[in-house]
Design a protein. Sequence first.
Length: 447
Amino acid sequence: MTKPIVAIVGRTNVGKSTLLNRLARKRLTIVGDLPGITRDRFLAAVSWQGRELTLVDTGGWQARTGTILEQKVKEQVKIAISDADSVIFLVDACDGAIATDEEIADILRAAGKPVVLTANKVDSIKQSDRVTEFYRLGIGTPIAISAYHNRGIDELMGAVLASLPPSPATAGESAGFRLAIVGRPNVGKSTLMNILLGEERVIVDEAPGTTRDALDAIVRWDDNEVVLVDTAGIKRRGRVDVGVDYYSLLRALRAINRCDVVLLLIDAAEFITAQDMHIAGYVIEAGKGMVLLVNKWDLVTQEQRDEFKRYLERRPKFLSHVPIAYISAKLGWDVGRIFPQAWQVWHDGQKRLPNSAVKEVIEQAVASHSPPRSGSKQLRISRAYQDESSPSTFVLQVNDPQLVHFSYRRYLENELRHNFGFHGTPLRLIFTRPARKSHKGKELVKT
């Protein structure tokens, strides 16, 4: 059984994201002083008094929709209300009931969903009388809270739980594997997310940077459960503005950290930019598998395609193991290759190897290419094995880690990859001294 869905709706800047963060007990959505910061639906799993819930944060409702984007935000709010089992209608006690609140109340009455009217920003008992004004909305008894100061939250959630129909215990979540869609602003991440899901789950707009929060969605593929994470476009650290872009970057990096495989989307018309390489660096540092998706392939000529492929043949060595797919997210070209490639990368990154096989490969590598020397000292490798907790990590016990040159590290990594694959997954080599020298073991290289 699915978890009950509770949508948080309200006009701009009433504290919806602050409330979601409070209930989830961590910062999940972008919070700032500017109205309209949250634009997409955002889902978070919350446990309250033993009841598992899915909370949905929504963009701020605006009475006037002067732009297409603002109209899309309204449509997303309506979808969230339609999908919800219960709705938290959040209003601002400081502003009182205004025309926009009345418009939302009319929509909620028409939807026929249980509604918990909640007056936020009641920061002290003295301010409690402010909530009486909201009775005129005709949507129920208002509950006074302060999401920021954690006041009235227990009463609010008690009302929310009471509004939900009883349901059997939820089944355990499938392990699945998680894909994070990352890339620069306006390369087509949300368009790709929507076509993979088969619905317009994420707002798509011509303006770059439309998606600011990361969104999770589950899709079934070939009897496998895949969790898709769409992330805000990442900018260089030095170019991240204070506020929205800063928190978007943090959320995108967290999405990379909690996924299994990253889909790095780039624009075919721009080749691989320095910013794309910067994002790839984040992925590799996190030790995640990667598939490079060249999007907007339909917008470039055959000559440009040939030039692009020649360019990728000379791509940096740290991306040489990454599979590539040329797609058009808008037209659906070759998007069917994405899940199989991502699955193969994930599966490859989970393989377990016998220690004897790792030892043999390193012995052969050392025999073919002697380790580096510094003065009278030469690197000696006494043991090599796969890390128990991280399949893509290999531990090599050496006499002196300082003797390991980056070129030799890369050589050993290439030998491991040549023999064992790990297609699309960065390999991590840890050089360390033996923990304890109780006796002299057999060395792979003798001086």
